[in-house]
Design a binder for this molecule. Structure first.
Ligand code: MBD
Ligand code: FE
Length: 292
């Protein structure tokens, strides 16, 4: 495992660093309600059962692979680095959250969910449909019209449903977590019209690469894994009286779709955008919400 120099500058203006985005993601995790459960009251019995099972699994790996003292100490250093770089939200959402989501989704109906990830921020601009997400005057990227309907399980339109949408820019960077991008860029909360329809104008995001200058990137490099997620839109889709769906939508034919490092793709969550004469690509998707 490669060694990381913790004395690297923590924040270089206008350069995205693992430590800076990790600090933002950690602060967001601690303050934003969407991650609540962080304060969940868990019984002694349950902590005993799950924590003991985790430790037993670790012991089994050490025994099976005859992990040595130097390897144990290198792993300890790496775990300390993940904490110091604020990369626990990133690491856990990339490598673990999909398993938790798969358990949760067993009892769910309607549009498939997938992982939330570390880059959600609440309180974005409220926009009526048709809407255009806030973007920079110089925003680069293929124009995208994302459109569709929100209905209940019986196909009845849900007027006043909300799509809380956020996505990376054409460099794969998120506002609020990378320097030099205005707050709220490529984020918004869009309400459906009387027929449950929405129209959202934005640009196509680029694939996302795990930061290469932090401990998560170091592990990925040391293990020879891919550091990429396919391009995606993040969404929280909700309506009064209905369960909010946390999901992501991907792009057919896009890079990394078959080997998402976060294992968060599902065949039902792939958009098939069509080219229009104006140069804008149009992607349609209908959401189905179950009652809360
Ligand atoms: C992302 O953009 C993301 O969506 C997830 C789940 C993890 C890391 C970065
Ligand atoms: Fe993402």
């Amino acid at each position: 495992m490669s060694t990381l120099d913790r004395t690297d500058e923590l924040v270089t203006p206008l350069t995205a660093t693992a430590a800076a985005s990790g600090a933002q993601a950690s602060a967001s995790f601690r303050t934003n309600e969407v991650y609540s459960g962080a304060t969940a009251d868990v019984s002694t019995e349950r902590v005993h059962t799950v924590a003991r099972a985790v430790l037993k699994a670790v012991h089994a790996v050490i025994e099976e692979h005859e992990v040595s003292y130097p390897e144990f100490q290198a792993a300890k250093k790496w775990l300390m680095d993940v904490g110091e770089f604020g990369e626990w939200p990133l690491f856990l959402d990339v490598f673990v959250e999909h398993a938790v989501e798969e358990v949760a989704s067993k009892a769910q109906h309607g549009t498939k969910g997938t992982i939330l990830g570390p880059y959600y921020l609440p309180g974005q601009a409220q926009l009526a449909s048709p809407a255009t997400l806030p973007s920079r005057a110089e925003e680069v990227g293929t124009p995208l019209l994302f459109t569709g309907r929100v209905t209940d399980l019986d196909g009845n339109p849900l007027a006043g449903a909300t799509l809380d949408i956020w996505h990376a820019d054409s460099d794969g960077l998120y506002s609020g977590f990378a320097p030099g991008i205005p707050d709220g860029n490529l984020r918004g909360v869009v309400s459906t019209d009387a027929d449950g329809r929405f129209e959202i104008h934005t640009i196509e995001p680029a694939p996302y690469q795990i930061p290469t200058d932090g401990p998560t990137g170091a592990l990925i490099r040391a293990a020879g894994w891919s550091a990429w997620r396919p391009a995606h839109l993040h969404l929280l889709v909700g309506a009064p009286g209905h369960r909010t769906v946390t999901t992501q939508l991907y792009f057919a034919g896009g890079e990394h779709l078959e080997n998402d490092v976060a294992e968060a793709t599902k065949p039902e969550l792939v958009l098939n955008p069509v080219q229009t004469p104006s140069g804008e690509r149009v992607a349609e998707y209908d959401f189905v919400l179950e009652r809360a």
